[in-house]
Ligand binder design. Sequence first.
Ligand code: GTP
Ligand code: MG
Length: 206
Amino acid sequence: FNIVKASYVATAVNAGQYPESELTEIAFIGRSNVGKSSLINSLCRRHGLARTSGTPGKTQTINFFSLTGKLPDESRLDFMLVDLPGYGYAKRAQTARATWSNFIEEYWLKSTRLKLVCQLIDVRHPPMESDINVYQWLVEHGLPVQVVATKGDKIPKSRIQQHAQAISTGLNMPVLAPGGRVITYSTVTGAGRDELLDVIRIILLK
Ligand code: GTP
Ligand code: MG
């Protein structure tokens, strides 16, 4: 499964601005600066499609990108990736609701085409209270979550497994459930890209 086309579609801060589309949506959420926009660019293999920055708080709106994936039998699948603003900018502990603006909660509650939320967590650190609260909120609201550990190139390969396990334990993830495995990703080496594309393919074909 690979991406053969990717383009920017729309920016929204309320439901009235969501693109008119029937496409399945896959959203990306995580703390500010964790690498959401970079991961979207890496999946699409398009630098600068989603705006990235070394300074937290770059993405402030909901951004929709339409993608076309090609299966081994040459058939095509169209879908949408949704880039969201980061949470947890403030250092203090935060409840899920306090971490995001009303317009992001509106997206979770109103988007009928949302089929998967990729929650990104920096591989170097165990989940913070805001990550744990957001994960629980998404699960309680019936949203399928795939946890992705980002910046995999920042720790030695020999420690990846141990760090992924700490994330899974910290979130109290149900290990046997779908999406129960943490995918470690690096936009620098491309590690984890095939694995995440495979999860996306399975969601799209469901
Ligand atoms: P906000 O929009 O502010 O919430 O941030 P974001 O989560 O979209 O993060 P963004 O993609 O803008 O990346 C933040 C910084 O992390 C940038 O400097 C990226 O270059 C860097 N980064 C992202 N992914 C990786 C990775 O896999 N490896 C390394 N080494 N750096 C990464
Ligand atoms: Mg961003």
